[in-house]
Design a protein around this ligand. Sequence first.
Ligand code: SF4
Length: 284
Amino acid sequence: MLYQLLPTAREVGVSKELRGWSWHQPPLKPYYYDVKLPMYAVCSKYCPTNRDVYLRYVEKIAPIPSGKVALGKILHGVVSDCLRAFAQRRSVYFESWWQTIRWSEINEKPENLKEPSRKVWDFLQKICEARLAEVSSMQPYASELDLIASAVPFLVEHKISGELLGLSGILSLDCYDYLKAIMFDLKVASEPQEWHRLSPVGYALVFESVHEVPVDVCCNVYLDVKDGKVLVRRDLFFASDELRQWWIEERDKKLEIVAEGKDPGKPNRSQCPEDCMYFKVCYE
Ligand code: SF4
């Protein structure tokens, strides 16, 4: 952050027409105003031809979620609820949290998800406590509220409208560090891909469009649980002009598919991931 990313961000900068607050003019101004898409539809490059977007938003076919999607949903809930409980100094125990899950919305057996969830819950509680202890040790006269704000300076699952940029009005960003102005996105059980950077960059643009503050740094956090161990990797990067332009291209392509109702067709079958949520729709 200090020696590489921030100096680069300051030196290279971001073109003013690629800041979210330039939403009223090209290239950020959306061409199709009648269509609004969620962020994951714009940023996912899972399907090589974007047929998944056509099936979901033109044909209105619901996807068939896989076990990996269920794990992602549960661990997103673990991270956000655990961080929020900590920030509000509420004592929430994993077992009581587990009882609040609505299983009708999750397509996986609870017993397959419970242990990874517990591991991540315990892990987060430990690192939050450790961070709070570290901050407290440096600021003996700070109030508890101030210490918490310094230890976990996060807006978690913050609700924000993406309508100025052609997105849904009820977006929910994973996490924003309001002290360092970093936009975080959580990826569960995924191998890093270049296109994963699109999602936090998209949220940075939306944040800029609504709040008119610059967000120059983004971070993907890759979370997994393997052999009982919690694994975390971070990809911290500059939200550069190139990434912003790439995001705009993806948004425009997908808005066009939905607005024009065009089926982009299937790629060669070997290019389709077998765990694609539309595999059965496309090939059975
Ligand atoms: S099965 Fe292939 S073509 Fe169909 S949505 Fe999935 S990736 Fe796209």
